[in-house]
Design a protein around this ligand. Structure first.
Ligand SMILES: [Zn+2]
Length: 181
């Protein structure tokens, strides 16, 4: 139950596209779920700041309607971008966590000493890369030391891009039906 934030989490970012029933369900969920409530409040804070920005405030008179529609489109796009960036960050963090778990998984046996061993191993991995980087910088400065790290970063970037692509495709497939406006 604690993790059951979908589809509400994505609905928070597209309230204009929801049916009345979906809106109702979202409001019900927000009453009970502190995490989604915080997300909605954070988004509201961002949006009110966007609206307060001078280029987004509609000018009175003839062009007001046209301009407020532009502003609404812009807010919608920014809202989607914020959502994607958040998803990519979460995806990247999950990937890193998974990688760490996979690295220390073989030592999974006893609770307490294993926890200490995990900490030691993680620390060891970090200091290994740390000293590798230091050696590359201070001692040789040649490509030999930099290649593994560069490769590592390239793989990470590629994985992040792939997961971003996947998330976009996933969002397209699972997006709540859009209401024509
Ligand atoms: Zn929730």
């Amino acid at each position: 139950m604690a993790n059951n934030h979908q589809p509400f989490e994505s609905w928070i970012f597209m309230p204009g596209d929801l049916t009345a029933g979906d809106q109702q369900a979202l409001q019900e969920h927000l009453k009970e779920c502190e995490s989604c409530q915080q997300l909605a409040q954070a988004l509201q804070g961002v949006e009110s700041r966007l609206r307060a920005a001078p280029e987004l405030s509609p000018t009175p008179g003839f062009t007001a309607r046209w301009e407020s529609r532009l502003a609404a489109d812009r807010i919608r796009r920014q809202r989607l971008q914020t959502y994607w960036v958040m998803q990519v960050c979460i995806g990247g963090a999950t990937f890193l966590l998974l990688l760490t778990v996979l690295m220390v998984l073989p030592s999974l046996r006893l609770p307490m000493p294993v926890l200490l061993a995990w900490g030691y191993q993680i620390f060891g991995v970090f200091s290994y890369f740390g000293s590798l980087g230091k050696a590359a910088l201070t001692i040789t400065g040649t490509l030999l030391g930099a290649i593994p790290i560069t490769l590592w970063i390239a793989i990470l970037v590629a994985m992040c891009s792939l997961s971003a692509l996947w998330l976009v495709a996933f969002q397209r497939l699972t997006a709540p039906r859009r209401v024509a406006q």
